[in-house]
Design a protein around this ligand. Structure first.
Ligand SMILES: *Cc1c(COP(=O)(O)O)cnc(C)c1O
Length: 389
């Protein structure tokens, strides 16, 4: 592998985990479409490979690449973000254990946690942007702190270094879902987190053509537990999906720069627009945690939430755009628009939505890499048709 210690992010994005194929010289990692491997003798695998649920060379290249990008020692990939998150639970918790969660998680993560309550795991939700509240909510059974920053769709941040200290003092693992920020903007393992999880479906793949997930860690012991889950419960991604994500991470740093540059301009324009209520974006001067964002992130990301104040106005905006496509998901090169309360977060109980301020008027933008002038015009034209009374 041509990568050396000290190589920068872009160099590692292109090269980490990969080297030219020894047999043919192919510069790109081959797509190994095989379910099994011929052995040299009974129980004598040729190069460590026996069966493709256990190992696949395309998958291993992706895992090494993702580990490098998150400043981890190991990566373990899964067939979806939720499969990766579930593996983290199963690898590290037993019935009776307590998980303290941020109060504004991806809707599907909370739905997954509700399922695991049947098997004796206990989940509590707390506003982790308040480190004192996080510390106060720790109990003797707390084995894991699980959070997202910035959150989806409220754009609330948690101080990761402070959160890691609270978790460590409690003897709990800190797990951070870094899907929104990506390792280009924020690297939780460097700030003391134990496990980073991703929906690679989003920015890491970035082309809206794969569903996948990943866990990255710095500890061999944590990696072993996740690797065992991958092998024993089988939620593995197919080689084609691994190959696509591996191709996509080569441009992650370039795409993120474009997402951030476009989002900053759009956030400013929307904040000044008379038809728009609050604009939630960590890069805006009025974001209550802008200073923390500037400290722990290298830029402010490609996601913006706007408060249109009523469900009707939110729907008018979300269904009035031409380039921003009305769809769930995020992080692709194309711009998307959605109404979280009725789409991605529809499965959340109404009282939880109310408690966290996830109202029907919120509209979420995943800003793509199109020409920003076209995106601004698209939003301004859609806003013209929004009822202002
Ligand atoms: C999409 C998403 C997930 C779930 O990932 P899937 O790949 O859809 O299973 C988890 N966390 C965040 C922040 C997400 O955006």
């Amino acid at each position: 592998m041509p990568v050396r210690d000290g190589d920068g992010f872009g160099t590692r994005a292109v090269h980490a985990g990969q080297s030219p194929d020894t047999e043919t010289g192919a510069i790109m990692t081959p797509l190994f479409l095989t379910s099994t491997y011929v052995q040299d003798g009974v129980a004598r695998p040729r190069q460590g490979h026996e069966y493709a649920r256990v190992t696949n060379p395309t998958r291993s290249a992706l895992e090494a690449n993702l580990a490098s990008l998150e400043s981890g020692s190991h990566g373990v990939v899964f067939g979806s973000g939720l499969a990766a998150i579930e593996a983290v639970l199963k690898a590290n918790l037993v019935a009776g254990d307590h998980v303290l969660c941020g109060d504004n998680l991806y809707g599907g993560s909370e739905r997954l946690f509700r399922f695991w309550e049947r098997y004796g795991l206990v989940f509590d939700y707390v506003d982790t942007s308040d480190i004192g509240a996080l510390r106060d909510a720790i109990c003797p059974e707390t084995r894991m702190v699980y959070l997202e920053t910035p959150t989806n769709p409220l754009m609330t941040l948690t101080d990761l270094a402070a959160g890691a200290r609270v978790a460590r003092d409690a003897g709990a693992l800190l797990v951070v879902d870094n899907t929104f920020a990506t390792p280009v903007l924020q690297r939780p393992l460097e700030m003391g987190a134990d496990i980073v999880v991703h929906s690679t479906t989003k920015y890491l793949n970035g082309h809206s053509d794969v569903v996948g997930g990943a866990c990255m860690v710095r500890s061999g012991e944590l990696a072993e537990g996740l690797r065992y889950q991958q092998m024993a419960t089988g939620g593995v991604p197919g080689p084609m999906d691994c190959w696509l994500v591996l191709r996509a991470t080569k441009t992650l740093h370039l795409r993120m720069r474009a997402h951030c540059d476009n989002a900053r301009i759009i956030a400013e324009r929307l904040a000044a627009h008379p038809a728009v209520g609050r604009v939630l974006y960590p890069g805006l001067p009025d974001h209550p945690q802008r200073e923390l964002a500037a400290r722990q992130m290298s830029d402010f990301g490609g996601m913006i939430t706007v408060d249109m104040e009523t469900a009707e106005r939110a729907e008018q905006l979300a269904s009035g755009t031409r380039l921003f496509a009305l769809a769930e998901s995020l992080g692709g090169v194309e711009s998307l628009i959605s109404v979280p309360a009725r789409m991605t977060h529809a499965s959340l109980p109404a009282e939880r939505k109310r408690a966290m301020g996830l109202t029907d008027g919120l509209v979420r933008l995943s800003v793509g890499v199109e020409d920003v002038a076209d995106l601004v015009r698209d939003l301004e034209e859609a806003l013209e048709s929004v009822d202002r009374t």
